[in-house]
Design a protein around this ligand. Structure first.
Ligand SMILES: Nc1nc2c(c(=O)[nH]1)N[C@@H](CN(C=O)c1ccc(C(=O)N[C@@H](CCC(=O)O)C(=O)O)cc1)CN2
Ligand SMILES: NCC(=O)N[C@@H]1O[C@H](COP(=O)([O-])[O-])[C@@H](O)[C@H]1O
Length: 224
């Protein structure tokens, strides 16, 4: 199949990109059938994930938040993004992403809350967005879930957590799950042990979840 006939995937990252690498490898090997990553977009520059994309010959873009925080300062806390800054940032992010005509977007460690200024244009273009989250649906949400799960394990309040791939909606980490897996915590001595277990589950799961959506897109295109 020629590159232009493959399902076009854009990946959003913020850091190391080990999950991005799993997607790059799976698209390259055909484990994710007939799909190609058309661009990797990071909200942070000089991150390892951008190097991984460049090494794979995948176009990249860096879309930083600083100009938006400077132009639309938060009224109380300069460290936070104002609503205006978030909206302007997301409007431009949508333009950058849609310029490549992706058929789906994968958030692979993308550490920004996406507002309707991004979600709206993507929905209008019928481009589904999925996200990798290091917790089970309806359990922990937001940033820092691995650490919070560990604290609760230490307090005897839980024996397991999990990882899920889910649809992205405005309500953070509450979108319909596509695939999820329990990660047992028994036997972990440190949060690093647990973090390694989580990461070991994430890489096959993000490939599995992306494959589900790629196959749905292809089925809708072929009417099968
Ligand atoms: N509208 C949605 N946006 C995002 C979702 C989602 O389900 N709906 N998933 C997240 C990914 N994510 C957890 O999986 C997540 C990432 C980041 C944050 C967060 O609080 N970010 C802070 C900034 C943190 C930083 O600068 O380091 C923020 O945006 O203010 C929450 C959840 C992707 N987005
Ligand atoms: N709430 C989102 C979140 O916490 N995502 C986490 O970001 C990491 C990205 O790693 P990577 O850059 O090596 O793929 C992953 O561990 C993922 O669980």
């Amino acid at each position: 199949m020629s590159e232009q006939d493959k399902t076009r995937v854009t990946v959003l990252i913020s850091g190391t990109g080990s999950n991005l690498q799993a997607l790059i490898d799976a698209c390259g090997s055909g484990q994710i059938p007939d799909a190609a990553i058309v661009r990797v977009v990071s909200d942070r520059k000089n991150v390892r994930g951008l190097e991984r994309a460049e090494q794979a010959g995948i176009p990249t873009a860096t879309h930083g938040i600083l100009p938006y925080k400077q132009k639309h300062p938060h009224p109380e806390d300069s460290k936070k993004m104002s609503d205006e800054a978030r909206s302007a940032y997301d409007t431009e992010l949508a333009r950058i992403v849609l310029a490549d005509r992706p058929e789906m977007v994968v958030c692979a460690g993308f550490m920004r809350i996406l507002t309707p200024s991004f979600l709206g244009p993507l929905q209008q273009a019928s481009v589904p967005i999925i996200n990798l989250h290091p917790a089970l649906h309806g359990d922990l949400t937001g940033a820092g879930c691995i650490e919070r799960a560990w604290e609760e394990y230490q307090a005897g309040e839980r024996k397991s957590s999990g990882v899920m791939i889910h649809h992205v909606i405005a309500d953070v980490d509450m979108g319909e799950p596509i695939v999820q897996r329990v990660v047992e915590m028994e036997g972990c001595s440190t949060v690093e042990d647990f973090q390694q277990r989580v990461h070991a589950s994430e890489h096959p799961l993000i490939v599995e979840g992306t494959t589900v959506i790629v196959q749905k897109i292809r089925a809708s295109k072929t009417g099968s």
